[in-house]
Ligand binder design. Structure first.
Ligand code: SF4
Length: 302
């Protein structure tokens, strides 16, 4: 449970203390209350897709231990959520659709029906780097040519005589990194198509999902974004569809340990794959329950 907040200077406050000192902290009381409410995830009896995308152990510890949240880091997620909370159900458009099976339960941001086929949308507020990764933008040095089409050589300096180059942004879908998006949206798709509890239930298995799209909303513009090849304020990132068999295995491997732990079983292990904990950065720099994890003593990243 969230029991405190951390301000921009890294100082930790109990929730009531933070609300009393809101001006000093630099966030309004309402924001502090909202951030705590927003971050709080109560156990619903089953794991949630976002619990198992990266580290199931982190989710298990968040459900069962007291920890503070960093106020500044709640901002992006709150903006993203506020956006789809504005959506209303309309013709062929359904917001905040709840999907479940016996192991897992979640809520997709938006489902729209286009030409009889379903498209699931998820909204993320991000900096330009995740957009660059998701769209496969990368930098490459390219020779500079003169007006006759000949390469230009450096005329001085230690690299004199070498070809003069400039860094250009290119796009190649083979360079894309959409692993976490692929996991999350395919779980929603799988649960929609095979789950046993969909709300609103008028949608129950009515459509096959043909499209998965992450709407990346940029919070960073200007020169840094442009250097990464990012020139728009939003991008629609298509996400590949994964076989139901693979999604079912993923859910089984990751949701069951959390569900078992919440029924008195053992704490889920450290993820086998280093990428799941961002090669340790998630543990060291972003995990609010890392101290509890460290007490178990088998985390090589801490
Ligand atoms: S410290 Fe790393 S392994 Fe431990 S709970 Fe946090 S993210 Fe998971």
């Amino acid at each position: 449970m969230i029991n405190g907040v951390i301000d921009r200077q890294g100082k930790e406050w109990k929730i009531e203390q933070a609300i009393e000192n809101s001006v000093e902290i630099g966030f309004p009381k309402s924001f502090i209350r909202a951030a705590v409410r927003f971050g709080q995830r109560d156990w619903s009896g089953k794991a949630h897709p976002t619990d198992i995308i990266n580290c199931p152990r982190q989710a298990a510890l968040k459900y069962t231990t007291d920890y503070p949240i960093i106020l500044d880091r709640t901002v992006d997620a709150m903006i993203g959520t506020s956006m789809h909370r504005f959506f209303e159900n309309g013709e062929n458009s359904y917001a905040n659709v709840r999907v479940s099976n016996e192991l897992i339960t979640g809520e997709m941001d938006l489902l729209e029906i286009v030409n009889g086929e379903g498209i699931i949308y998820d909204f993320k507020v991000v900096k330009s780097f995740p957009v660059k990764k998701a769209l496969g933008f990368y930098k490459e040095d390219e020779p500079i040519l003169d007006e006759d089409g000949n390469v230009v050589l450096l005329k001085s300096g230690p690299r004199k005589g070498e070809v003069k180059t400039r860094s250009v942004t290119k796009q190649d879908l083979a360079h894309r990194d959409v692993v976490t998006y692929t996991r999350q949206l395919n779980m929603y798709r799988y649960l929609f198509e095979t789950g046993d509890d969909i709300e609103p239930n008028v949608l129950q298995k009515s459509y096959i999902i043909e499209g998965l799209i992450v709407m990346q909303l940029l919070k960073e513009a200007g020169r840094t974004a442009a250097q990464n090849g990012i020139i728009h304020s939003s991008y629609a990132v298509p996400i590949p569809i994964v076989s139901n068999k693979n999604v079912a295995t993923f859910i089984q491997d990751r949701a069951v340990p959390i569900n078992d732990f919440m029924r008195g079983g053992e704490l889920p292990g450290i993820p086998d794959c280093p990428q799941d904990v961002w090669e340790g950065r998630l543990c060291r720099d972003y995990c609010p329950v890392k101290d509890f994890c460290a007490k178990y003593g088998n985390n090589q990243y801490l």
